[in-house]
Ligand binder design. Sequence first.
Ligand code: ZN
Length: 175
Amino acid sequence: MSKLLSQNIESLAEFLAHALELEVESAERYRELADNMRVHNNPEVSELFRKLAHYGDTHAAEVEQRAAGFELPYISPWDFKWSCPEAPESPCMEDAHYMMTKCQALELALHNEIRGRDFYAQVANGSSDPAVREAAAEMAAEEDTHVNMLREWVAREACVTEKRPLDLDPPHMPE
Ligand code: ZN
């Protein structure tokens, strides 16, 4: 698994700041994907993404509750941006998602759930703070259920599992 953290997280406040960013962004991305799938007449997948957005919202709310009373440190946002399966730097969410197929959307979601899970697992394994380890392990376990949920969908939709990048050369949009 690729390393998603440059250094270990050693305080609960630092962990909560990371978790909050991750969950808020994930919920936003899922809402975008849900809208996109609805437009493309994939109501079931749209519904799945709404559900995953809701889990992100719920996580974010739990994290905020836990963070009450903490001064959360500033986290540089690039640490946990959603990424595209084959090309971390590609602008797939911004520029290409209007033409995303159902399988591409599911694979993108799966990829990012795995990253989320691995992020939490790495924090849980790397931290010397027992409170951080426990909170992160709990989140990792929940993300793992999302990973499995998406794996089932990818299988059910008979998506071609061979890695294929999203269209990385979308038509130019006027500035
Ligand atoms: Zn999740």
